[in-house]
Design a protein around this ligand. Sequence first.
Ligand SMILES: C[S@@+](CC[C@H](N)C(=O)[O-])C[C@H]1O[C@@H](n2cnc3c(N)ncnc32)[C@H](O)[C@@H]1O
Length: 229
Amino acid sequence: MGDYQRIYDEHADAYDALVACEDHEANLPRALREHLPLDGATVLEAGAGTGRVSRLVAPWVRSLDGWDRAPAMIDVARARALAAGHGHLRYGVAAHGEIVFEPGAYTVALEGWAFGHAVSWNPSGWRDEVTAWVRALERSVGEGGHVALIETLGTAVEAPFAGGHTLEPFDAFVRDALKFTRHVVRTDYRFASRDEAEARVRFFFGERTAARVRDRVVPEFTALYVRTV
Ligand SMILES: C[S@@+](CC[C@H](N)C(=O)[O-])C[C@H]1O[C@@H](n2cnc3c(N)ncnc32)[C@H](O)[C@@H]1O
């Protein structure tokens, strides 16, 4: 967990500043709207972090209950929802497996860039863990509901998984075993300068990814996995 957990516990604002520069072409909200019935949706979000995905869907959904186990991330999500007047976005602190819900209470359940951490954090048990988390999301929406996972396909790369990536087995698992359909979305970052790009990419992704930064625009590919229950 190490570095990422420390970022979520101690540097939530810097994380939020990083993701504010992501997807400068706003392709992800378009893809979410295209592939999920978001108008008037009641949404459960696991691993909501500082509320980046919640804010993307906020204009369309009726309500969203977002959960994350890092209190510092949830503090930022709450503050940003308050500042934006988004009273329909509610947040609480809970690990994925501990979210309490009434089965079928939601129409859409999703997570963004949160389940994939299990691949590094639980190398021998992540398939069981991710399956249990996905089953819980499915129960929260019930039959006919929609479940979506958002995970990276690589940052500062020219094609999905170019050069290899730790989430390749996750990608195969959710498509082949859990039967999600994948949509590939371009989510390039745009920073104020190349120096800022390098510094912010280094902060979150580390030295190897920062070394690939060539410009203030940093190419990135993201997977939106969708399944109807
Ligand atoms: C990369 S951030 C993504 C946050 C947010 N979804 C976003 O799109 O910016 C990963 C988040 O997942 C949370 N997380 C990771 N594992 C978790 C778990 N087992 N239970 C709850 N939250 C978890 C972290 O605390 C962190 O806020």
